[in-house]
Design a protein around this ligand. Structure first.
Ligand code: ZN
Ligand code: MN
Length: 466
């Protein structure tokens, strides 16, 4: 298979791309609308500058060149979700061009272009009625177009996951596929292995789940191979994936660029981006996941898989670095996070929010005590799990003054306390009932919060009672 992707990503701006209406998911139909975004005659658009900044950031994160001058164009077509009967997009000169995204095996997927454009409204079907909700009309999008560089569904999936991670990292979109803030059009053709000429392709529109993309690719590949094997030609067309049947179905013949009658948007000037602005945006971007993974491996001695998991969520990654700061073995922190803390953040949203119930200072403290030999690693883990379970802070669960090796005087005092508080067990031990010793040892262990040595306690209690 030969596959190229067009990915639409909704930007997390406050307002729409050409008017001041609010952008928010959900909301009652047609409540975030104005004359501009419902396309009333005479209403004039103004470009939201934040859309340009976010677009440039997307370009920088994907190794693109940013065009100092780009243009907005009208893409004309008639459909009820598009009230102006044209979409303002970018045609021949997009905001960013010629980038790439590197997959784990070192394969580079070339990115042809990134342009900014407006989203259309939403059609809601209800029996034989069709409703239109224009809340989404004018929501800013970037469209990221790759070259036909994918050769398997796995590569497509990895690319999309990485794109999603990057866009979330730089904070320009939440990229929630199920809410439609990341949607894909998949261009697919097949050819015999060894051939270099491209086959005739079809386009599958508006995919919004990894699972469906994988299934649609498998189905469409087989369908095209069957076509060619039977001596038929693949028809260049737009198809839709049917989630119920798992099949792709013909929607319409493919539009060519000429069908859209593209022309410059006369109501908006060219988009100018100075080299200074590009550098400002570059400086303001966080370190990206690939760079973090490399640094975690090199400076912290982490395994690649662990480093990837830690770098995947930006806020958790920041949290890891805060907690690991100044430690000789940041690996302890990595293990704390990848184990108990990851398990406590059960949903993808929680991992994305990256706010474990333990402060990074407490986590640092725990690992530091282990490093200084004040705390057994086992006890550190139990304490960590208790903190996660109860939400209590470290100073409550394990006060600092209780750390360190216990001296004999302290331990003897705890033994006496155990005897005082458990008179029956003490009498039993005196009378030779060794089993009762467990109660007393248990009490001392509790008083010492697990720091005492059980065998030593046993001896001491023996000396005290017998
Ligand atoms: Zn509006
Ligand atoms: Mn588009």
């Amino acid at each position: 298979m030969v596959v190229g992707l067009e990915t639409h990503i909704e930007l997390s701006t406050q307002s729409k791309i050409f008017c001041g209406c609010a952008v928010n998911f959900g909301g009652d139909p047609n409540t975030n609308c104005c004359p501009v975004c419902v396309g009333l005659p005479g209403a004039l658009p103004r470009l939201n500058r934040q859309v340009v900044r976010y677009g440039v950031m997307a370009g920088l994160a994907t190794n693109c060149t940013v065009n100092p001058v780009s243009y907005l164009d009208r893409k004309n077509y008639v459909y009820p979700d598009l009230p102006k009967a044209y979409q303002i997009s970018q045609y021949d000169t997009p905001l960013c061009e010629n980038g790439y995204l590197e997959l784990s095996g070192g394969k580079k997927v070339r990115i042809a272009r990134i342009h900014i454009e407006e989203d259309a409204g939403k059609l809601v079907y209800d029996g034989d009625k069709l409703y239109v909700d224009y809340n989404r009309s004018g929501v800013p999008l970037i469209e990221i177009v790759t070259q036909p560089d994918f050769r398997s569904a796995d590569q497509v999936k990895e690319y999309l996951e990485k794109l999603q991670m990057l866009m979330r990292y730089i904070g320009i979109s939440d990229c929630k596929m199920q809410e439609g803030s990341l949607r894909c059009d998949v261009n697919i053709s097949v050819r015999k292995s060894g051939e270099t000429a491209m086959g005739i392709r079809t386009e599958i529109k508006n995919m919004n789940s990894f699972r469906f993309i994988t299934r649609a690719l498998a189905y469409e590949t087989q369908r095209q191979i069957a076509c060619l094997s039977n001596g038929q030609a693949v028809v260049r067309e737009t198809r839709r994936y049917n989630e119920q049947t798992g099949e792709t179905q013909s929607m319409r013949g493919k539009e060519e660029a000429q069908d859209y009658r593209f022309f410059r948007e006369p109501d908006l000037p060219a988009v100018l981006v100075s080299p200074e602005e590009v550098e400002q945006l570059r400086d303001a971007m966080p370190e990206l996941p690939d760079a973090r993974v490399q640094r975690y491996c090199k400076d912290y001695g982490l395994a690649v898989e662990d480093a990837c998991l830690l770098a995947k969520y930006r806020k958790l990654s920041d949290y890891f670095e805060q907690a690991a700061q100044g430690l000789k073995a940041p690996k302890t922190i990595a293990n704390f996070i990848l184990g108990p803390i990851f398990r406590s953040l059960t949903t993808e949203e929680q991992k994305e929010a990256g706010a474990p119930s333990i402060s990074s200072q407490d986590l640092h403290e725990l690992a530091a005590w282990v490093e200084e030999g004040k705390l057994q690693i086992g006890l550190a883990k139990t304490t960590l799990e208790q903190m996660l379970k109860t939400g209590k802070s470290l100073s409550v669960l394990l006060p600092a003054e209780q750390l360190g090796m216990m001296d004999e005087k302290e331990l003897a005092a705890l033994c006496r306390r155990a005897v005082e508080e458990n008179p029956k067990a003490a009498t039993d031990v005196k009378n030779g009932k060794e089993k009762a010793m467990g109660t007393l040892v248990g009490a001392v262990m509790r008083f010492s919060r697990g720091k005492a040595d059980a065998q030593q306690v046993n001896h001491m209690l023996h000396d005290l009672l017998c």
